[in-house]
Ligand binder design. Structure first.
Ligand code: NAG
Ligand code: NAG
Ligand code: NAG
Ligand code: NAG
Ligand code: NAG
Ligand code: NAG
Ligand code: NAG
Length: 288
């Protein structure tokens, strides 16, 4: 499998000489069509990177320079490059936190061209042992051009936005995350949706919010929080000391965001936290 592996080189620019550890992190991204069926309901053409879907997350550190060499291999322009040609995006990383990169031409990000960008702070305030990125997305079965035609059609006089067909974590089916007992995990939670707002909670575990939209906040313990399209939260989760159960992580889509909720739409998305593959799943909890 072709994986977008970053290449790190020491920055020789005089202006970053003060930051001795700054590196240039280079990714080579061919933007490509990929056929996939992440929600298990429909195979469709999506936009991926280097023939891979979902597009890989990028993970850099404050004061690095992120260089992305983009080659457009799809059949129309996309704004990760300029006017149909190839383009190198050079981004000097001046802020830390959880972000995302997405196609910005038409509905390219609706077709899957969206990926987390995680920027680490070397002087991190909080101690944690491991980190996961959870990108919640709504998922459509039609190409963005079809959705746009439906949305702008005279047969849609109220301007109702197309409702998604399902929802996914990290644009993949049945997402699982391993938890080791007695550890602290940082979960970088992103809503990379087109429309949906999610209510997040984890059965049997509190979440400690520490960063919202790239800004450190006073540590706040919650059972659930809402996250709208484009928002990002970092939360710390302390794991249990026993492996007797596995647990669901929930992203309940908010019905208020949809003009009508289709009967076939499963509103409550789940992923699984695995302590021990042999352990039973704890009963799902509802948050009101
Ligand atoms: C990042 O760069 C700024 C500006 O050059 C500098 O003040 C700061 O100390 C650097 N931070 C790290 C963690 O290297
Ligand atoms: C991008 O596509 C070109 C042309 O097909 C190929 O030679 C190259 O290996 C691809 N790059 C990556 C990173 O997959
Ligand atoms: C990102 O990079 C850091 C440091 O290199 C690593 O500890 C962490 O696991 C990586 N996170 C992801 C989500 O790849
Ligand atoms: C874009 O990059 C590819 C692969 O490196 C190259 O074959 C092609 O000529 C480039 N196109 C333009 C317009 O520069
Ligand atoms: C796990 O055990 C340690 C040491 O016995 C204790 O300090 C900690 O509070 C326990 N954590 C949980 C989540 O029960
Ligand atoms: C989905 O979750 C909401 C709470 O967020 C709850 O009110 C509703 O009953 C759940 N629906 C199903 C089918 O479980
Ligand atoms: C519905 C909504 O707010 N969508 C936004 C999601 O985030 C992207 C990237 O910031 C915006 O372009 C969308 O407008």
């Amino acid at each position: 499998m072709l994986v977008a592996t970053p290449v790190k080189t020491l920055a020789l620019l005089a202006l970053v000489s003060a930051a001795a550890h700054a590196v240039v992190v280079t990714y080579n991204w061919n933007i490509t069509y990929v056929n996939t069926n992440p929600d298990g309901f429909m195979n469709r053409r999506v936009m991926g990177i280097n023939g891979q879907f979902p597009p890989p997350a990028t993970n850099v550190t404050l004061n690095d320079t992120l260089a992305i060499n983009v080659v457009n291999q799809i059949s129309e322009p996309t704004t990760l490059h300029a006017h149909g040609a190839n383009f190198t995006y050079t981004i000097f990383i001046e802020q830390y936190g959880t972000y995302w990169i997405h196609g910005h031409n038409k509905g390219h990000y609706v077709d899957g061209l969206r990926a987390p960008l995680i920027i680490h702070n070397p002087a991190e305030t909080y101690h944690y042992d491991e980190e996961y990125t959870l990108a919640f997305v709504d998922w459509y079965h039609e190409d963005h051009s079809v959705l746009l035609d439906d949305y702008l059609s005279i047969f849609n006089p109220t301007g109702a936005e197309p409702a998604p067909k399902s929802a996914l974590i990290n644009q993949m089916p049945n997402t699982q995350f391993s938890f080791v007992p007695g550890k602290i995990y940082r979960l970088c939670i992103i809503n990379m949706s087109t429309l949906a707002m999610f209510h997040i909670h984890i059965d049997g575990h509190d979440m400690n919010i520490i960063v919202i939209d790239g800004v450190d906040v006073q540590r706040t313990t919650v059972k659930t929080f809402p996250i709208s399209a484009a928002q990002r939260y970092s939360v710390l989760v302390t794991t249990k000391n026993i492996t007797a159960n596995n647990f669901l992580i929930h992203g309940d889509m908010d019905p208020e965001m949809f003009d009508t909720v289709p009967d076939t739409l499963q509103m409550n998305l789940t992923g699984t936290i695995i302590y021990d593959a042999a352990s039973p799943l704890a009963p799902a909890q509802m948050i009101d």
